[in-house]
Design a protein around this ligand. Sequence first.
Ligand code: MGD
Ligand code: MGD
Ligand code: SF4
Ligand code: MO
Length: 854
Amino acid sequence: MRAIKTTCAYCGVGCGIRAVVTGERSVKIEGDKAHPANRGSLCSKGTHLGETVGLEGRLLHPMIDGERATWEKATADIAARMQACIDEHGPDSVAFYVSGQLLTEDYYVANKLMKGFVGSGNIDTNSRLCMASAVAAHNRAFGEDIVPLTYGDLDHADVILLVGSNTAWCHPVIWQRIERAREANGTKLVVIDPRRTETAERADLHIPVKPDGDVALFNALLAAQDVDYAEVAARCELPEGFVESRTREHGIESQLFAELASMVASSERLITVFSQGANQSRSGTDKGNAIINLHLATGQINRRGAGPFSITGQPNAMGGREVGGLANMLACHLGFGEQERASVAEFWKTDRLCCGPGLKAIDMFEAIHSDKIKFLWVMATNPAVSLPNAGRVREALAKCPTVVVSDVMADTDTGRFAHILLPALGWGEKDGTVTNSERMVSRQRALFAAPGEACADWQIVRDVAHAMGHGAAFDFPTNASVFREYAAMTQLSVEFGQKLNMTAWSHRSDAQYEAMEPFRWGGDYPLASGASTPSGKPRLIAVTPPLIKAFEKERPFRLNTARYRDQWHTMTRTGHSPKLAIHRREPLVEIHSKDAQALEINDGDLCRVSTEQGESIFRAAVTKSVQPGALCIPMHWTDIMAGSGRTGRLASPQTDPISGQPGFKDEPANLKRLQVERRGFLVSRDPLDASLADYWVQSRVSGGWLYELACFAQTDLAKLLPEGAVSEVSFARAGMQRVAVYDNKGALMAALFSTRAGDLPKREWVAAQLGKRVEDPVALLAARPRGAIVDQGPVVCVCHEVGQHEIERAIVDGAQSLPAIGQCTRAGTNCGSCRPELARMIESLTENLKEAAE
Ligand SMILES: Nc1nc2c(c(=O)[nH]1)N[C@H]1C(S)=C(S)[C@@H](COP(=O)(O)OP(=O)(O)OC[C@H]3O[C@@H](n4cnc5c(=O)[nH]c(N)nc54)[C@H](O)[C@@H]3O)O[C@H]1N2
Ligand SMILES: Nc1nc2c(c(=O)[nH]1)N[C@H]1C(S)=C(S)[C@@H](COP(=O)(O)OP(=O)(O)OC[C@H]3O[C@@H](n4cnc5c(=O)[nH]c(N)nc54)[C@H](O)[C@@H]3O)O[C@H]1N2
Ligand code: SF4
Ligand SMILES: [Mo]
């Protein structure tokens, strides 16, 4: 068995993994103790990567118009169609929409082809939806897109502010590091988020900021600090009027604000971590600068334990920013100035370099509508789901004369629009480099042979470049040769006074590349030697709070969108893991109990959420974690996973005017409870078409799939079942129907439980019978084995499958700390993703016990 060091497929923490390949397509995953980003820790998603490396659902051959095709044909077709567009309509009729899930090598080749040889700036990335505002804020303040500190600084801060970051769910290994720092050093933690997330629950202070109230809050925080602006002017560019621009209105309860302001004032080492609650906003760039202003003015930067810390979402969002994957950057942190362009043209030896920036994501899809773009190549992203106003995006995809999609999966919402579908190598097969949030470059390595005819993204683009006649510029025999060229190109960044510098790698051999250990560019504090501005000083930027309009009567709610702990984006990969499905099987709309009461909505009711753009259906979760007047839904579900749970169709395409990043987190919306005639669930060994039901959501169980179903009018759900031997019970009065279908060997193929009223049985045991020979069909229809059954309640610890009831019993029996629960039940002892939930259970149960005792 071989152990291979690689990097996690998912988030921007960039955790190192030690992968022990145990079979042709199986692997044992462990955290890499030697990797500086995680030192051995992994979260639930990383831990269960092994469940997502199977070939189920994979795209294994190129497809043209739905028919299998050869690579030669697909490559030639793409080259010809692209060239025809360029010849007929000019280079700007062609566009690439790429992704922070590409490797740096993929990104480099795609960017070089588009900007250097097609001759258009029209390559943009899904980082536009993710990091663009942070990039713009960095550029304004530092003159370059630079994150000025590292994870190690989190161990030394005395106060950490988390702004718009559900760290415990979305960057769990950073979260675990913060938790350790709090335990060891008493670091104070503040969470600034309109929602009371699991992260906020664990904080010392939760500031329930109003949606987009962050600029006001940070301006006011700065105004409350004792700052000597004469001293600041010596270190920073201080624009005229800056001091006056610090508004004092913060919109927070005054006691709470005072506490926060004094915590910041007395902090010697302050870190502000910010994520999508800051970036995904129509004032996202200003939010970034408001945060950076506070750090610059108070000197909380460029030293141990201090700085503004934008954390990235995707595994290689940073690498993409570095090579120039954003339409408004040329390459290697360079812009489109005449000299920069000349240097890049010379380096690439091209006379076709693009003249200026290209279209940003939202505008790119609009340009398809206005017939300006006629060829679109989508790589490693699912815009039919993830772009805002996704209905209009789908119309664009349907209309575009040529859509090429490179993906690892055969059926995705975006792939359904493709004329040409290309099978890419996925995690565990692809091989190259990624850069994490703290500028750490590490290797993703292949664990398995390429399945079918799947091919690396960089090779696919290289081959198309060759077919277009640009062979000499794309003479890349290996991924290492791409990396060397990219590393050599960062010399231009150095020449233009920037800090991005990987030139040390420009002459390393293939073997050295193969053996690459994680390394960081720019050192720990790249701005300590001066900013990348012409003056060498960082800039304070005067920012004013955005006008926040009151919402109208028809759409009185503020709709927020967020992520779930155990799902990744559009679920094309995590959706295949039975363990990761346990945490949330359906998309929920969180609504405050006051609003729910007023609208007569009960927990578990189905509700239609509508915005100006469209409507989708979610199950109500009545809670106090969202504020009254607010709703929150997850971004993950697609048309493949659900009948109508898509969030992208609700989101508005309005963007931040500077970064072009859409604001996904504050949208006027309404919601309405739906009258359900019949509801039920169905388990099935094979996936099936559930569209007969008005509401359906599918999720993975170990023997197949589980469907949650509901109908708004009389419907015979049994029609969903496959053919086979049937056993059935029904009670006409309660409208209950239970049907099981067996194959000719007596193994369970599918079972349906539906009802008009009353409770449905638990899903887990029935689902666990899928594919098994059922000896006792009566017990199956009763949905439990004969005899006593200990109900474990919902699974809390996914790794060790420990249920809620067992944990509750342990707490009642005296296990009232995380280690004690771990010792009694094993819960929380592996990846640790459930630890915030366990902590909450301890808190609420011990409180109840205390009350009961009094
Ligand atoms: N489990 C999981 N982890 C992931 C991902 C995933 O899909 N699943 N995706 C990865 C990616 S690409 C990204 S970008 C990151 C995202 O990581 P996060 O940014 O942590 O994720 P979100 O849940 O989108 O949003 C964070 C929080 O912003 C809050 N928020 C909304 N509006 C405002 C506001 O006006 N001000 C403030 N201060 N906060 C606000 C929301 O309530 C939410 O709790 O996660 C990465 N990690
Ligand atoms: N409402 C709402 N919408 C959002 C957000 C939000 O918070 N709210 N967040 C936004 C953010 S921050 C992000 S990052 C985006 C993410 O949105 P997307 O990028 O659309 O999401 P993914 O599901 O990660 O899509 C990746 C696709 O690439 C495929 N893939 C995986 N690996 C590879 C590979 O190596 N090569 C190729 N060619 N394909 C591969 C996957 O199968 C999948 O189809 O969503 C954005 N949209
Ligand atoms: S925190 Fe989790 S998802 Fe992110 S890189 Fe680490 S293991 Fe992967
Ligand atoms: Mo993201």
